[in-house]
Design a protein around this ligand. Structure first.
Ligand SMILES: [Zn+2]
Length: 332
């Protein structure tokens, strides 16, 4: 099982970054996700280049998340997209004619700008792929002139919006591959958007489909982690794609901390290709304890050569985690 850790921390202090990356590598991670926002790269390009190179030097691949681009994706900061603010003509317009600070993904000039940004990053920095983090689902149907021209039939707008999003993400993945054939493409959904997971997984140039299994943030029981996880893994398997399940090791109070191990067992039971989590991410009541627990859990993640996924399907849900060293002698 592969391990990815999101590193949403400044790259300004090389020694601190080196220490952090060594810790991440030591838990068995093979890659990091780093989120970049539009306004950041122009202010500290040297830090970005050095920091991402440090990840490579530590043996970690780097996947770049396009933080809040067009206000369409998630990011490490809750900011609006500079592009969207400076290009109000690209904004989504609802049925009442009101503009929302989100760029319409059908807007050609927005797409063109976004694709150029992707091309710039892939050709300038040591990056192994692009992550599309929580693409904004079809919660607002756009009535801008571009969308109306593409869909004059107002009775089927919901479906149009959903298909447009899939088409947009497919073109974005195709552009990544066009610029760098070896670069990996990943889309990570929110649980509420899992109805799109099968269509997404079918995109020919999407490599990895994932989900943020943030049971506590969306006020669900931790048992939902396994159900969501299975939906992602099954969709990925149907289309021969890589599945990536994210552990919510942030925004945890003491009750959430107590459920962290159970959430991880649900993830393992879903049998993903990859498990992902965050390095010291925000708003934990006890951040040190959450990271220590996360490290312990990741060290127990099965190794690929043990054929864990086949065996795991028959394992009862709440099995005890074995120490890594003793995995080969497990008795189920
Ligand atoms: Zn539109």
């Amino acid at each position: 099982m592969d391990i990815t850790v999101a590193y949403f921390h400044p790259l300004l202090h090389p020694e601190a970054v080196k220490r952090d990356f060594e810790q991440i590598r030591a838990v068995g991670a093979g890659s990091i996700v780093y989120a970049i926002h539009e306004q950041e790269e122009q202010r500290w390009s040297h830090d970005l280049e050095r920091g991402l190179s440090q990840a490579h030097d530590t043996g970690l691949k780097v996947y770049l998340s396009l933080g809040r681009y067009g206000s369409l994706f998630s990011g490490s900061s809750l900011t609006s997209s500079w592009y969207t603010l400076r290009h109000p003509e690209s904004c989504v317009k609802d049925r009442h004619g009101r503009s929302h600070i989100i760029s319409c993904f059908n807007h050609e000039s927005f797409r063109s700008w976004l694709f150029k940004e992707v091309e710039y990053y892939l050709s300038t920095y040591p990056i192994d792929g692009i992550v599309i983090d929580e693409p904004r689902g079809p919660d607002i149907t756009c009535f801008c002139s571009v969308c109306r021209a593409l869909c004059p039939d107002v009775t089927d707008l919901q479906r149009f919006r959903r298909c447009s999003m899939i088409n947009f993400l497919g073109e974005l993945c195709a552009h990544v591959k066009h610029v760098a054939a070896d670069a990996k493409t990943t889309v990570v959904l929110l649980p509420e958007d899992l109805e799109q997971v099968d269509e997404l997984a079918a995109l020919p140039l999407l490599d990895t489909v994932g989900c943020h299994l943030s049971w506590q943030l969306v006020d669900e029981e931790v048992t939902m982690v396994q159900q969501w996880g299975h939906e992602v893994v099954e969709a990925a398997q149907r289309h021969n794609k890589h599945s990536q399940l994210w552990l919510q090791n942030f925004s945890l109070d003491q009750q959430g901390e107590r459920e962290l191990e159970l959430a991880f067992s649900h993830i393992l039971n879903a049998g993903p290709d990859e498990v992902a989590c965050y390095y010291y991410w925000r708003n934990n009541v006890d951040p040190e304890h959450v990271w220590q627990t996360t490290r312990d859990l990741l060290r127990r993640a099965p190794r690929r050569q043990l054929h864990w996924q086949t065996t795991l399907a028959r394992v009862p849900l709440l099995y005890q985690f074995p120490a890594r060293e003793s995995q080969q002698t497990l008795q189920y």
